[in-house]
Design a binder for this molecule. Structure first.
Ligand code: COS
Length: 386
């Protein structure tokens, strides 16, 4: 399919594809097995400027948008979601200050994110506040020219590896979500520590850790936007980044599809390559159709997000929901086509199936995406006259 990419977009896609093929594919199984953070591949992505795709040129980026970022994410995901989520989570961590930060914050921090010199991370989730993001307990108490943070963030991607953290904390506990504020924190602050690296089913090379705040004093200039805006900052950030999860899903599904086709051409049973059996070709046909539908959706929404910055929640959620369900199905089916071999770690598809599951969970479970879409439909249609 030709998606009418311009020359710049093709160049970004091809660059990411080359790094994925040459620098990610050869090491993905080992990184997964050793649960080792992918600094090697990330450095190659940094060297060619891909961390700055969505960051304006005035802050050291390439000056493109969500769409171009999705193209890069898709290509890296074709090789390994563990690597691509470490890459994409830096975008998630930096969008709060890209969208809502002061000029000083943008000038000070975005060039390092764009160059990949520093990774960013996003701290919203807590043990008791996952889907119910408004239920966070971490507090930031004003004390003269500073805020003092206390609490623990859970399952933070790039936790411990990133240098910059966008953290949501309550500045006014009584107001609940409306009393939340966003802060930009640097690693190394006294009172800011990390939990152990979590052991996971998939995306095992990526780092997932707790952020632990114990009387962590930060200057008042760490505030992103205004006090009380934290929940909006978090939600608008997720609206921006959810198409990127869709792009992860499309890339992963494409990688699994390619592996399944290759295997089905090589594997002979009953004296024929198994691709020539209708039972197998129908599975591949469903994969091809669903992946293309998911890709077209992600591209359309990412382009739309770039041109219509407001009221994007519904379509952003749709662009996460559908492709991630497709990726789960496609990777399960890829294992099925490989049969017993698919279950073995010698082949790449078992890892792809393990990696796919998190896509239906992180950046809002797919049940939450349905809530977001449903709420938006209710808002638009419930009170419309018949
Ligand atoms: N943009 C701007 N504001 C938004 C918003 C958005 N996308 N979504 C919600 N808000 C605002 C609402 O307008 C509301 O404001 P008011 O109280 O001023 O009316 C406030 O935020 C609370 O919204 P709502 O009542 O819908 O919140 P709920 O308590 O029902 O929580 C959320 C629902 C939005 C938290 C839930 O749907 C959600 O997205 N959960 C998943 C969170 C997530 O993605 N976690 C992953 C963490 S990062 S990997």
């Amino acid at each position: 399919m030709d998606y009418f990419l311009n020359e710049d977009q093709k160049a970004i896609r091809d660059l990411a594809r080359k790094i994925a093929q040459e620098r990610v594919m050869p090491v993905r199984a080992e990184l997964d097995e050793k649960e080792e953070f992918p600094w090697g591949p990330l450095k190659y992505l940094a060297d060619v400027g891909l961390f700055g795709v969505y960051i304006p040129e005035e802050y050291g980026g390439l000056g493109y948008g969500s769409f171009e970022n999705c193209l890069a994410i898709e290509e890296i995901s074709r090789a390994c979601i563990g690597v691509s989520v470490s890459f994409a989570a830096s975008g998630l961590g930096s969008y709060p200050f890209l969208l809502f930060g002061s000029e000083e914050q943008k000038k000070k921090y975005l060039p390092d994110v764009a160059s990949g010199r520093k990774l960013a991370a996003f701290g919203l989730t807590e043990a008791g506040a996952g889907s119910d993001a408004g239920g966070i307990r971490t507090t930031a108490k004003r004390d003269g020219d500073a805020y003092i943070l206390n609490g623990t963030k859970q399952w933070i991607t790039n936790g411990g590896e990133a240098e910059l953290y966008s953290v949501i904390a309550l500045t006014d506990k009584a107001k609940g979500p409306r009393g939340a504020s966003a802060f930009l924190l640097e690693k190394g602050l006294p009172g800011f520590n990390f939990g152990k690296k979590e052991k996971k089913l998939g995306i095992r090379c990526s780092a997932t850790r707790e952020l632990v705040f114990e009387d962590c004093r930060v200057p008042k200039e760490s505030l992103i936007g205004r006090e009380g805006m934290g929940f909006i900052v978090a939600m608008r950030t997720l609206d921006k980044t959810r198409p990127g999860i869709g792009a992860q899903a499309v890339g992963l599904a494409q990688g699994a599809f390619e592996a399944a086709v290759e295997y089905a051409r090589e594997r002979h049973q009953f004296e024929k390559p198994i691709i020539s059996f209708q039972a197998v070709s129908h599975i591949l046909a469903d994969m091809a159709a669903e992946i293309e539908a998911a890709r077209a959706l992600v591209y359309a929404v990412a382009r739309w997000v770039d041109t219509n910055p407001k009221d994007i929640s519904r379509y952003s959620a749709i662009s996460k929901l559908f492709p991630t369900d497709v990726a789960m199905k496609v990777t399960v089916d890829a294992v099925q086509i490989f049969g017993g071999y698919g279950f073995m770690r010698d082949y790449p598809v078992e890892k792809m199936m393990r990696d796919a599951k998190i896509l239906q969970i992180y950046e809002g479970t797919n049940q939450i995406q349905r809530n977001v879409i449903g709420q938006s439909l209710i808002k638009e249609y419930a009170s419309k006259p018949h």
